[in-house]
Design a binder for this molecule. Structure first.
Ligand code: IVH
Length: 700
């Protein structure tokens, strides 16, 4: 895969990066904010791995808003927000024994340890639940939060207090500030009981224990959470006023002594062989543990070494999750359905004869695209092997060809959109590389009713206009009836309703009443003024998601300025160059903006919308690190830290680390023995610093 990526042209890599980033962001939303993932963990991991490989080969793609630098989704808005004093991070993955050996080797390199130096790890089950952080001040539980996006979580203190395994008060010699972190989960037995109760009450069953735990913890009413038998394993910590120990194992023992449940299957190992032995043992015992685990987490035992190793983007260098392979089952493929997305992508979905995979009933599987179906030669009526990795919509891994019925035809991927207009659907050809895109797209854009409907859903989504009481279901109903055909129509809904345009009026429809209709109109009114970033995001321009919208808002400051730049972005010239110069924006996004603003019907729809709403200017943001946004280069032999450590530190302060000196370089940090780079920097007039001067600049 890597060499295939290295052979991509920069444009093709950028396009692929943008597509992957968008896809990953959508999956993050589904998983973290909606508790409703649509792909398996393994598929998700594969997407991320590809994105990381792309960024490794094309470092300029590693933008600030790249999913490689963020985790999960922002809090949902249901609960108040809590800023984590210490970010809640994610873990890198290992899939093979070789990956684990590489992990050990990486750490040894970073710490300059030889093969014979002792390097101990802990190994413990990776619980498939959701993480929570419990903050104790002077021994009293003051806040309990979900992970959220890693920086900001949701305040679910009252809900967490209902868990039997979470003490409200800690006794004895407790640090003044102690944040205990761990996993909230449901046992298999309790999951089965909960689903029986849900069904008896006419409510939908939860898909798996993880989703049930997440859904149970994020109940508005803590009394409901209290009825759910949620459990908690403590395995790490956040802010501390005093250390819990000198090693990971000591610290976890201390947590147990303070009254937390810690995992009985955590062991300390002297080396990689011990880790792998524990992995195999847990894999064998997996089904009998009574709760879902999806791998084994290895952590460097010495905490002073953890500290030195630090973090890369979203995950610590001192820990890794060694994943188990997914569980499988055989079933029949009854049909292939085509779904249309907001950007017109036709996504095939396998409709399966329901089957139990790893304790969960599965009836849909993702098929990705036309090539995937052809590559696996998947035909309707086939017996297929379905795989589910802990969560989510499973995938078809294999077709049992020997069980194929005679006469089963290869699947003919539609050449038209399934919408009533049956607009032609095409696979785009990248004009620069000549490569055919894997995605088949409906060419109807705004003419295609399915795409328009998806656009409207995006428009009212939480990250966009976020209109309370106007969710996907309501938008879909209004759209199908023809009373909301485009965004501007939402803002004329109340007046049209009042003037008797709708029969029956909204309040008299099924699912509505006087109160809910009034609430809806109030909620719409409350959104007539909207922040620039949200507004740009709401437009649903391809390749322009939440983060890019924020970037554009910050750069241009006002709708007028952005609008003017966007109109000019489609053609060569200064405005386009300026937009391309915005750190974090690439050709793909700028081209998409140019195309969007070149369409008359988009401009007309925008005019109608802007007659209804006011877009607020964005505030400029200040960064407090003296090197934020600066480009730095390290050269020569560094004496105070390894090259990796120096680079990581600079990046964590918002600096960009480049490999070579150019006119764009702000600082060259030169250690003894610096040669050609130092010479070039001097010629270009780039500021050069010694290691000590650099340390003084960044505050030691
Ligand atoms: S340690 C800084 N240990 O896995 C590292 N995480 O993919 C903090 N998880 O967010 C995580 N079991 O929700 C750790 N024994 C364990 C875990 C574990 C499950 C989850 C946790 C974390 C995610 C990372």
């Amino acid at each position: 895969m890597i060499s295939e990526i290295e052979n991509l042209s920069p444009d093709a890599a950028a396009a692929e990066h943008a597509r992957l980033a968008e896809e990953i962001a959508a999956h993050d939303r589904a998983y973290y904010a909606e508790d409703a993932p649509v792909i398996s963990d393994a598929e998700y991991d594969a997407l991320r791995a590809r994105l990381e490989a792309l960024e490794a080969a094309f470092p300029e793609l590693a933008r600030v808003d790249s999913p490689t630098r963020t985790i999960g989704a922002k809090p949902s808005g249901k609960f108040s927000e809590v800023r984590h004093a210490v970010p809640m991070l994610s873990l890198g993955n290992a899939f093979t024994e070789e990956d684990v050996r590489d992990f050990d080797a990486r750490i040894r390199r970073f710490l300059r340890l030889s093969e014979s130096d002792e390097l101990a790890f802990t190994a413990e089950p990776k619980i498939d639940g959701l993480s929570a952080s419990l903050r104790y001040e002077k021994g009293v539980l003051v806040t309990g939060a979900t992970r959220g996006d890693g920086q900001m979580g949701e305040n679910v203190t009252e809900n967490l207090k209902t868990l039997g395994e979470i003490p409200h008060r800690l006794e004895g010699n407790v640090p003044d500030v102690l944040e205990v972190r761990g996993e909230v989960y449901l046992s298999h037995a309790d999951f089965a009981k909960l689903n029986e109760a849900q069904e008896a009450a006419g409510k939908p069953a939860y898909k798996n224990p993880r989703n049930a735990a997440a859904g149970s913890l994020r109940q508005i009413d803590p009394a409901v959470t209290a009825t759910r038998p949620l459990r908690f394993f403590a395995y790490t910590w956040g802010e501390l006023s005093q250390p819990l120990g000198a090693t990971q194992s000591e610290a976890v023992e201390r947590l147990a002594a303070l009254g937390f449940t810690t995992n009985p299957d955590m062991v300390r190992c002297d080396g990689v062989e011990g880790l792998l032995a524990h992995y195999r043992s847990l894999e064998e015992r997996r089904a009998g543990l009574g709760y879902d685990i999806d791998g084994v987490v290895y952590k460097v035992d010495r905490l002073d070494w953890q500290e030195r190793l630090g973090f890369v983007a979203r995950a610590p260098r001192w820990a890794i999750a060694h994943k188990f392979s997914p569980e499988k089952a055989v079933t029949k493929l009854n049909a292939i359905e085509i779904q249309v997305g907001r950007t017109g992508a036709l996504t095939p979905v396998a409709k399966l004869e329901p089957v139990t995979v790893g304790g969960v009933v599965v009836s849909n599987a993702t098929l990705h695209n036309e090539d995937e179906i052809a590559r696996k030669d998947i035909r309707v009526g086939d017996w297929v092997v379905v795989q589910r990795a802990g969560d989510v919509i499973p995938q078809i891994v294999e077709v049992l060809k020997d069980r194929r019925e005679p006469g089963a035809e290869p699947f003919a991927f539609p050449k038209t959109c399934p919408c009533p207009l049956q607009t032609p659907a095409e696979r785009e050809v990248n004009p620069k590389t000549g490569e055919v895109n894997a995605v088949t797209r409906c060419t109807g854009e705004f003419a295609c009713p399915y795409q328009r409907k998806e656009h409207l859903k995006h428009f009212v989504a939480r990250k966009a206009f976020d209109i309370e009481g106007l969710g996907e279901k309501q938008v879909e109903a209004f759209y199908e009836e023809g009373i909301v055909k485009e965004p501007a129509d939402i803002f004329t809904l109340a007046s049209r309703n009042a003037s008797g345009a709708f029969i029956p009026p909204i309040a008299e429809r099924e699912g509505w009443g006087e109160k809910s209709a009034t609430n809806l109109f109030d909620a719409i009114e409350a959104r007539r003024t909207i922040a620039l970033a949200r507004f740009i995001n709401a437009l649903g321009i391809r390749h322009v998601g939440e983060e890019t919208s924020r970037l554009l808002a910050r750069t241009y400051g006002s709708w007028a300025a952005f609008h003017e730049a966007a109109i000019a972005a489609g053609e060569e010239g200064e405005a386009r160059e300026a937009m391309l110069g915005v750190d974090g924006l690439g050709d793909t996004a700028v081209d998409a903006i140019g195309r969007f603003f070149a369409e008359d019907h988009n401009l007309a729809a925008l005019d109608r919308l802007l007659a209804e709403v006011t877009v607020e200017d964005a505030e400029a943001v200040a960064t407090d690190s003296p090197v934020a946004g600066k480009t730095v280069v390290f050269t020569g032999s560094l004496e105070r830290f390894t090259r990796d450590e120096a680079k990581a530190r600079a990046q964590s302060l918002g600096a960009k680390v480049a490999g070579s000196v150019s006119a764009k370089t702000d600082y060259l940090i030169a250690g003894p023995g610096a040669g050609s780079k130092l010479k070039k920097a001097t010629e270009l007039g780039v500021t050069t610093l010694t290691e000590d001067e650099w340390l003084a600049l960044i505050g030691g």
